[in-house]
Design a protein around this ligand. Sequence first.
Ligand SMILES: *Cc1c(COP(=O)(O)O)cnc(C)c1O
Length: 386
Amino acid sequence: MSGKWVPFHAPSIGEEEIAAVSQVLRSGWLTSGSKVKEFESLFAEQVGAKHAVATNSGTAALHIALEALGVKEGDEVIVPTMTFAATAEVVHYLRATPVLVDCEPVTLNLDLNALDRAMTRRTKVIMPVHFGGHPCEMDRIQRLAESHHATVVEDAAHAFPACYRDRQVGHISEVTCFSFYATKPLTTGEGGMATTDNAERAEHMRCMTLHGITKDAWNRYTAAGSWFYEIQFPGYKYNMTDIAAAIGLVQLQRSGQFLQSRTQIAAMYNEAFADLAELQCPIAEPHVGHAWHLYIIQLQLNRLRISRNQFIEALKKEHVGASVHFIPLHLHPYYRKTFGYRPEDFPQATALFDRIVSLPIYPSMDEEDVAAVIRAVRTVVAQWRR
Ligand SMILES: *Cc1c(COP(=O)(O)O)cnc(C)c1O
């Protein structure tokens, strides 16, 4: 057993990011300016979208995307129950109703049959989450949306960079939203991005990130602009800072290398755990490019003498940090109380929740760290198998 602690996550921030931030701090321009513009345009290019709007969080990006589509009270927005709080909470911001759907057990992405059953005349938007970085079945989701006159907004918080068939996630649907939270595949500390091919939609979202004002601060305070501004909508305060964008620009350059290293770690785990009947490894379907934001094993509880929680505790004793993504929304007090959801309403997600363990997967892990995780998992399984 190695003595070194392998944390569940550690950000990949190097001297380049630190230098880029210092440069912004010395420049005299801290908030949304040239760095944000540059980050938006390079990010859009990278995912093949015409427009990108930077925000101060992924949640903000999801909010402005739904707002731009006119989601309002009485509308239904379909959200997988297997997701983080943000995906459904933005629906509440607009007083619309989140309709949860179950997931399928292999990729943990939303279940297409459950999605089909959940569609009604009120369905305004479908929000698939590319769970852990594995793209959803976008062709079928798109077809379902079209047949119900609904729009697709992708929650791609885990999916940069990822692709579905030969398309980059970021220009498949009407709007795609990314998160640059500290643990996400590309980080700016906190931050997000909404991408779209629709110029009008992009302009509206951009406007909403800064109080619904038609000229941003850059235009107002530089020689190119003037002091004049107009409030067109009751907007929000969701703009990204140049400090964050400077980090994002460096991370963007490193993102290919980051992906390669996460993919490599996933392959090493898959190979190392292939003979263990006590757990099921994640897969990447052949027609997708997996972002490998998360590496989730599913415990075969009938072959083990411990629970998932005990499994995580046992890993901790072996000096490995693990986590759970996520506690399905329908099991949370707010959703239970408000919608009367019961665990059995979403049988797949409920059953999966008891079995899933997220293992460390991030570029700053070295070979020794990966080996330590493999050793720890094998030790715990050997110790507790039935
Ligand atoms: C992280 C995350 C978000 C929100 O991102 P923030 O940048 O933290 O606001 C949204 N959806 C999912 C699935 C996430 O994991």
